[in-house]
Design a protein around this ligand. Structure first.
Ligand code: PGA
Length: 277
């Protein structure tokens, strides 16, 4: 399906590898992407791409991407501490990622919230810290099935976003608000759609995205809202991505399972390019 929807913020296709693909698999992934993949991704046509990989695979992924002419596929981290160094066993910092040439990271993914104690407050700390260190941040928000079924989707999105961006009128100097310059990306990922094969319908996704954009306008102004990419995530596949990208407020996708295979990641990129044509 081609669509006539304008994409003023371009399209951003991102893969979240989660705890998959060690260094060797990361190299194989980039080796298997055809060389003309790079031609799809350019600032000129408005398609951007990134993969969020396990920390141990970052170096291999970046090297392999460069080796195969795919440096345009950015490599990012999945979880980063807000402090720059210190006694935080098991954590890594933005400074460390910067040293590897990484300048993008996920924050507040629902799996971090569900299994590893991420809260709205820690998501805010990570976002503030990373934006201040010149990162692009993908802040993940989204409701659970129970929250949707009890009609609380907007309330949850409001809570998760306001916790990071601040309330209207208050917090005028809030770093995340100040940095709403395109480096803060929001990923709407309904928890019930993640890894379940249950994708939100384009109507459900568009409704949530429009709500998020409205909220951004309220807390950060119309210009910031117009500049901020809002990605959809949750069982996105090459089969359903066209319809999702056909929605006015969907600026791309954050893809788990379907980003792991090079052929399926390529199909997602191709769909992204098509949505811009
Ligand atoms: P999924 O994961 O595409 O496998 O549903 C999406 C995500 O968790 O970012």
């Amino acid at each position: 399906m081609t669509n006539a929807i304008r994409k003023p913020r371009g399209v951003l296709i991102t893969g979240n590898w989660k705890m998959n693909h060690g260094p060797e698999a990361a190299r194989k992934f980039f080796a298997a992407l055809p060389a003309d993949t790079a031609a799809l991704i350019s600032a000129k046509n408005g398609l951007r791409a990134a993969v969020y990989v396990p920390d141990v695979s970052i170096v291999a992924a970046r090297e392999a991407a460069a080796e195969h002419g795919l440096g345009a596929v950015r490599v990012g981290g999945q979880n980063v501490h807000w402090e720059k160094s210190g006694a935080f066993t098991g954590e890594i910092s933005g400074t460390m990622l910067t040293e590897l040439g990484v300048s993008t990271a996920l924050v507040g993914h629902s799996e971090r919230r569900q299994y590893f104690g991420e809260t709205d407050a820690t998501a805010r700390k990570r976002t503030e810290s990373l934006l201040a260190q010149s990162f692009e941040v993908i802040l993940c928000v989204g409701e659970t099935r129970e929250e949707r079924e009890s009609g609380r989707t907007n309330e949850v999105l409001n809570r998760q976003l306001v916790a990071v961006l601040g309330e209207k009128g208050a917090d005028a100097t809030h770093p995340a608000r100040a940095y709403l310059d395109g480096r803060l990306v929001i990923a709407y990922e309904p928890v019930w759609a993640i890894g379940t094969g249950l994708t939100a319908t384009p109507e459900q996704a568009q409704e949530a995205h429009a709500f998020i954009r409205g909220l951004l306008a309220k807390v950060a102004g119309d210009q910031a809202a117009a500049r901020t990419s809002v990605l959809y995530g949750g069982s996105v596949t090459p089969q359903n991505v066209d319809q999702l990208l056909g929605c006015a407020d969907i600026d791309g996708a954050l893809v788990g399972g379907a980003s792991l295979k090079p052929e399926s990641f390529l199909a997602l990129l191709t769909a992204g390019a098509k949505a811009l044509a």
